[in-house]
Design a protein around this ligand. Structure first.
Ligand SMILES: [Zn+2]
Length: 438
């Protein structure tokens, strides 16, 4: 309704076809351009020089730009410039995205025209649009922007180029460069916007951890298993975690370097990890304070694999369940808590038996909850170090464990053992060992 009113106004002010204006407006709004800015930009597009707030935009330092600024003139250095194809106004459009910096700060930009920007260029962008994205200002460089290259590069603290580790990457990052091993990779056929298309998807790893990826234009270097250097990748959220997107514009090259995947995996407090809102590869440590209902010996629906109660699947009704083992345990480290989910294999470890053993124990007791009780006895009150994928949704934080190992008895001992390993030859290690026995 509101959009329709704006289109009506614009069409009558500018003397153009309402449907045409409305479709332009719709496209801009769908791309999160605020309605005021969208109408202004359409007034410019259809040549109404009289409107638009008046006056030349003021020059601003990057650190001073706020989402309330309509248009600004800025001088800054291009830190990154990455091409990406988006569907815009019904057709594919190549845009350039990246970061611009001066001595006061950095700002994300999107260039809608080909200004031939490269990392390291110092530019002055006259009449750059400012829009808000996720509470932060961003620059739009479009056809009404006058862009010039400045010969004297400005001094900045920020690093040019988008080199990052996987742990650095966050949803929304553009034009990043990473060096990764290909941990998992499969070729899949998907129903893309232009019909069936082949893509690669899997998991990348580097020293800092792992992240899932999609390669929209299969690169042989990735399919062959890497390791590879990838320039101009972008990061989007997929199922609650950041995903590296390698597009047709990304540059993929094989590299000759050993990558020790996960050697420096991010270790975090539980509270800090939950606060990230989802992280693909994380390590936390804490105490198991509870084994939740639905742990131990369970049954799953053969159709949808969801856990069923008394042979009843919510979707498929009366079914012949498949026996399985799993644990949902609450881990707490004082900063926060998370539900750690253990698969069948890890559950067998903490249970101390196989699925067959569990079935046997349940038959003898004529009660399958005895399996969860055994697991409860084994792990509640003990400290574990868990590594896996963390996702956070409305029901709380879940950590799908890939590794679940009991920590040493006492954090203090771990610290002293670590110290004694560094200061080998001193008495500290012995003192620490004596503390354990005491
Ligand atoms: Zn089912």
């Amino acid at each position: 309704m509101e959009l329709d009113d704006h289109a009506e106004d614009l069409a009558s002010d500018l003397g153009v076809d309402k449907e045409e204006v409305k479709s332009d407006l719709q496209n801009l709004v769908e791309y999160s351009v605020p309605i005021d800015e969208a109408t202004q930009s359409l007034r410019r597009k259809y040549g109404d020089g009289s409107s638009g707030g008046g006056g030349a935009p003021s020059s601003k330092n990057i650190g001073e730009i706020t989402p309330d600024d309509g248009n600004v003139t800025v001088t800054g250095m291009v830190l990154t410039a990455g091409k990406r194809s988006i569907r815009y106004q019904g057709s594919d459009h190549v845009i350039v995205e990246g970061e611009l910096a001066d001595e006061t700060g950095t700002i994300d930009y999107t260039a809608w025209e080909d200004f031939s920007l490269s990392a390291g260029d110092t530019i002055t962008a006259g009449n750059a649009g400012v829009r808000e994205w996720d509470g932060e200002p961003e620059l739009n460089l479009g056809e009404s922007t006058s862009l010039s290259f400045v010969d004297d590069p400005i001094e900045i603290d920020a690093t040019i180029g988008g080199n990052a580790t996987l742990a650095d990457l966050q949803t929304g990052d553009r034009a990043v460069s990473v060096e990764v091993a290909v941990v998992e990779c499969e070729r899949r056929t998907i129903d893309g916007r232009d019909g069936e298309t082949e893509i690669l998807s899997g998991v990348f790893g580097d020293e800092s951890g792992r992240l899932p990826f999609t390669n929209w234009d299969p690169a042989p270097e990735i399919e062959e298993g890497g390791p590879v250097r990838i320039e101009n990748a972008y990061v989007q959220e997929f199922r609650g975690v950041p995903e590296v997107n390698v597009s047709e514009f990304s540059i993929v090259s094989a590299i000759d370097r050993e990558i020790d995947v996960g050697a420096d995996t991010t270790s975090m407090d539980v509270g800090e990890a939950v606060h990230t809102g989802g992280i693909y590869d994380v390590e936390v440590a804490g105490n198991v304070i509870e084994v939740r209902d639905g742990s131990g010996l369970i049954q799953r629906c053969p159709e949808c694999y969801r856990v069923i109660q008394k042979g009843q699947c919510r979707t498929h009704g009366d079914v012949d369940g498949i026996d399985d083992l799993r644990v949902k345990a609450i881990l707490d480290d004082g900063t926060g808590s998370v539900t750690v989910v253990l698969d069948e294999e890890i559950t067998e470890d903490v249970y101390g038996g196989t699925l067959d053993d569990a079935l046997e124990q349940a038959r003898e007791a004529m009660d399958q909850s005895v399996v969860a009780d055994t697991i409860r006895d084994n792990i509640v009150g003990h400290e574990y170090t868990v590594r896996g994928h963390l996702s956070v949704d409305e029901y709380g934080a879940n950590l799908d464990a890939e590794q679940f190992g009991e920590s040493d008895d006492d954090p203090q001992v771990r610290a002293s053992t670590f110290l004694s390993a560094i200061e080998s030859g001193t008495d500290d290690g012995v003192a620490a060992d004596e503390e354990v026995d005491a």
